[in-house]
Ligand binder design. Structure first.
Ligand code: ACO
Length: 309
């Protein structure tokens, strides 16, 4: 046992990857399952806010882009459930935990998409925040998660650019279109900052996850990186970020920003956000409606196995 622990410690220390068949401490396995499952659930639930706009996208081109994007999210969810399975998690159990409210998913997907500009703002801010958070996860210590993250980040980058391009187009449009963009930015800015999680001094998992090199940066470091990256993009776009305290601080070499309402994040995480009940209900009914597909797949697999035997 001591040898196994030493081997694991050395793997982390030397920045090598932990692979599914390697011995790992129970706490490491549990943390990885928790993070990967929450991440997978976020991708799957994350299909809903934008999915609601597929039928209402203004042109065939925008519809095709949005359809492709939402399909990508489904793909990300599936890679991530597969990565969780390499740790011994059972996919149907993970789904059960999601639809029974026993496992979390990202707070951001509990906000409504009130207008078409929200699709662009989700691409720009939400996917931008996701990239900021997930690029360092390509170097996460658990091999299957790190490798899944490489492809996911490439696709997230396309998502972010399509959102920004959509907003640039709307900002060149009518005053009403520009107002729609500004209104969406006002509603999504603070929830996007909350995506990075609680502040470091209130984040119970960060220290251990950093020591295990699951996380490479703290929540606050990534939040700051996101703010610094987004401010010049907002200027190019011609929108105002809804924070009167946002300004460049030459001493720190970063932007200062106003206080985040952490009570709102707590409320949304604990199930009381604007759309939590609806998101989980839609996922639950999709799961129930899909029961016949799962039964058919099992019956087909049994028949094929019998024939092979
Ligand atoms: N929404 C919902 N839950 C959150 C959020 C959030 N924005 N931020 C933190 N939490 C949860 C944590 O999962 C943790 O829950 P648990 O310990 O009860 O299981 C708790 O709040 C405390 O937070 P931390 O100690 O900071 O948790 P952690 O170290 O796991 O950091 C983070 C949270 C940054 C989200 C991390 O898990 C992570 O990087 N995950 C991978 C990325 C991800 O899941 N992205 C999903 C959205 S992006 C997208 O899908 C487009």
């Amino acid at each position: 046992m001591a040898d196994l622990q030493r081997h694991f410690d050395r793997t982390i220390e030397q920045d090598r990857r932990v692979e599914p068949r390697d011995w790992m401490p129970d706490g490491y396995r549990a943390t990885m399952v928790r993070q990967i499952a929450q991440h997978a659930h976020s991708e799957i639930i994350g299909m809903q806010p934008e999915g609601e706009w597929i039928t209402r996208a203004p042109t065939l081109r925008r519809k095709a882009i949005l359809l492709a994007k939402v399909q990508d999210e489904a793909g990300h969810g599936l890679y991530l459930y597969s990565a969780a399975e390499t740790l011994g998690a059972d996919r149907s159990e993970l789904t059960a935990m999601l639809i029974e409210g026993r496992q979390k998913y990202s707070s951001i997907f509990n906000y409504p998409t009130l207008g078409y500009a929200d699709v662009g703002v989700i691409g720009w801010l939400v996917d931008g925040a996701a990239i900021c958070n997930q690029v360092p996860l390509c170097r996460s210590s658990y091999g299957p998660y790190a490798r899944a993250m490489i492809r996911i980040c490439k696709e997230e980058s396309f998502h972010q650019r399509q959102g920004y391009e959509l907003l640039l187009t709307m900002m060149k449009g009518t005053p009403a279109q520009r107002d729609m963009v500004q209104d969406a930015v006002n509603r999504w800015w603070w929830p996007s900052l909350m995506m990075f999680g609680p502040p470091d001094d209130a984040s119970p998992n960060t220290a251990r996850s950093m020591a295990w090199k699951i996380k490479r940066h703290t929540n606050d470091e990534l939040r700051q990186r996101f703010v610094d990256m987004t401010v010049p993009q907002a200027e190019v776009l011609g929108v105002t970020l809804p924070d009167p305290e946002l300004r460049w601080n030459p001493e720190r070499g970063h932007h200062d920003f106003g206080p985040v309402d952490w009570s709102e994040l707590k409320r949304v995480i604990s199930g009381d956000g604007p759309c939590n009940a609806r998101r989980v209900a839609v996922r639950r009914s999709a799961h129930e409606d899909g029961a016949w597909v799962r039964e058919a797949a099992v019956a087909h697999a049994r028949k094929t196995a019998r024939r092979t035997a």
